[in-house]
Design a protein around this ligand. Sequence first.
Ligand SMILES: C[S@@+](CC[C@H](N)C(=O)[O-])C[C@H]1O[C@@H](n2cnc3c(N)ncnc32)[C@H](O)[C@@H]1O
Length: 310
Amino acid sequence: MAYFYRYLMTLRRQTLVHFLHKFKCVATRSLSSKSTSMSGGNVHKTAQEGFKQGDHYDKSRPSYSDELVTHVVSSLHKGDYKDTQYDIVELGAGTGLFTRKIMEKFKDMPKIRYLATEPSDEFLSVLKQRSPSVDTLICSATKLPFPENSVQNIICAQCFHWFANKESLTEIHRVLVPGGRLCKYRLFLPKHFFKKMNDAGEKLVEGVLTLYYDDTPRKINETWKNVFDNCSLFRCVERRYLAGIDGMKGDKDFVLNHFTSISVIARLDPRRKEEAVQKFRAVLDETFTDDVEINIPFKSDFYCTEKVIQ
Ligand SMILES: C[S@@+](CC[C@H](N)C(=O)[O-])C[C@H]1O[C@@H](n2cnc3c(N)ncnc32)[C@H](O)[C@@H]1O
């Protein structure tokens, strides 16, 4: 009798896993082929308007250091996978700059169940072109179409500030398994960078870029951290500063392309965008000769948390 009961339980588990797999495929097909450009009301207006030019973004934005990617992988929760749907769900995956890096690490582990999600279908289509084997889904972090306790890890590369609120933390908490991890990381420019460039960095960021921010969330302030500090759903496992990428360097046009890929600039109408570019170029011209190579020395700020059972 006991043997039969165990057999029955195994069958039930297999059926559940089969059902979850089917659910995953259907969700991937139907949701990622939505024709609307963004997933709706829970995405900030600047993100909706500013994350549309996927090719330009993908070419102009920094990638991530091997040190960071290795650290992310080593920080993941490695629990019992049987009754879960995904090992890793990436939120705000954009055009896949981080996805491509982490997939290199997993190339010898084809069984990793990875899902890249993103609310902008223009961005997601670039991700799909560049990483055709990755499962994808259009969705916002504030509404995750997964059952409770079904995801082992959630990762967010340079995007958590867009949904740093109780609504998304509650949703992430719901779908993570007990002990599941939420890791977020961002790239930032260290203070010495601003000093080294004769204050040009300060003028470019504070004097020009800041003018365009209004109520748009910024990753350079620590508002995102207050959201964790004021919420008991997650405990901090680690905060660590790691190497950024080496090679984010080029001429003035390269720096300008980076500038115009930033959402608050990318969303401007052509006239205002041209004005912004002129202001930015004026500071670059004051500071650098045309032949100089400008280095943007990004560093990484890694923050890992774990789901707390209430
Ligand atoms: C700076 S980009 C980072 C993209 C990508 N992770 C990378 O490393 O290049 C921020 C991303 O967050 C996404 N985003 C904005 N609001 C979001 C939300 N509510 N839920 C999920 N993603 C969101 C944007 O569409 C955009 O792709």
